[in-house]
Ligand binder design. Structure first.
Ligand SMILES: Nc1nc2c(c(=O)[nH]1)N[C@@H](CN(C=O)c1ccc(C(=O)N[C@@H](CCC(=O)O)C(=O)O)cc1)CN2
Ligand code: GAR
Length: 223
């Protein structure tokens, strides 16, 4: 990304693409600071592909089921992504575990949104797990992607209170409302060049050229 052009962003999805839509809306309002140049889904028929097409963005599918193993899928996916020469790869509800070769290739320029207050509830089915655990709060985390599933350096978090009558569906709805505010913010920070991964042992991220901080130090206020 040179100083004159906008950051080139490739977004990976697997489903509805509501987070993708939040980023598209932010870009169309001129606030994203980057240009979503392509959307790639591992699942055919993902609604997010329709959202991209409607916004005039290149929308492609690479069906992981068409590959013999994870490595060959990731190899093909990397080649497809690199055709667009991205400055940033965004995982927006992308539901495949990526191999170490792939995550190393994009280290420091690939981010993910995970629906929990990491390091709590890595993996899947996080909303029900938070309810079952009796957590007072739940939320979402944006983090750099590394080989360690949902273990990459945290960038920013947003929290919501878990209410007594909450089901996983009602909780997911409130968390997603906050995701749609927080994820574009994190992308903006990256595009502004104000987000840096310290590729050293401390697994920390520096923001706004400040001191590296663990993600617990960067909880934004829910809207
Ligand atoms: N190496 C990494 N890969 C991925 C990361 C990561 O941090 N490191 N983040 C995930 C996103 N994610 C949670 O935020 C996540 C996605 C998928 C899975 C998972 O178990 N996937 C299964 C298939 C599930 C399905 O198809 O419904 C699988 O890949 O076998 C866990 C966590 C993206 N990848
Ligand atoms: N482990 C990854 C994961 O579960 N990600 C979650 O998938 C949803 C995708 O929704 P969307 O397709 O409407 O953006 C989002 O809520 C995101 O936090």
């Amino acid at each position: 990304m040179d100083t004159t052009s906008q950051a080139r962003i490739v977004v990976l999805i697997s489903g509805s693409g509501s987070n993708l839509q939040a980023m598209i809306d932010c870009q169309q309002s001129g606030e994203l600071g980057g240009d979503i140049v392509a959307v790639i889904s591992n699942r055919p028929g993902a609604k997010g592909l329709e959202r991209a097409t409607k916004a005039g963005i290149e929308a492609q599918c690479l069906d992981h089921k068409a590959f013999a193993d994870r490595e060959s899928f990731d190899q093909a996916l990397q080649a497809q992504i690199d055709q667009f020469q991205p400055d940033l790869v965004v995982l927006a509800g992308f539901m495949r575990i990526l191999t170490p070769t792939f995550t190393e290739h994009y280290l420091g320029r690939m981010i993910n949104i995970h629906p929990s207050l990491l390091p709590k509830h890595q993996g899947l089915n996080t909303h029900q797990r938070a309810i079952d655990a009796g957590d007072a709060q739940h939320g979402a985390t944006v983090h750099f992607v590394t080989a360690e599933l949902d273990g990459g350096p945290g960038i920013v978090q947003v929290a919501v209170d878990i209410e007594a009558k909450d089901t996983s569906e009602t909780l997911a709805q409130r968390v997603q409302y906050q995701e749609h505010y927080m994820f574009p913010l994190a992308v903006q920070w990256f595009c502004q060049g104000r987000l840096r991964l310290h590729k050293d042992g401390n697994n920390h991220v520096s923001l706004f050229d400040g001191e590296p901080l663990p993600v617990s130090g960067r909880l934004i206020k829910a809207r």
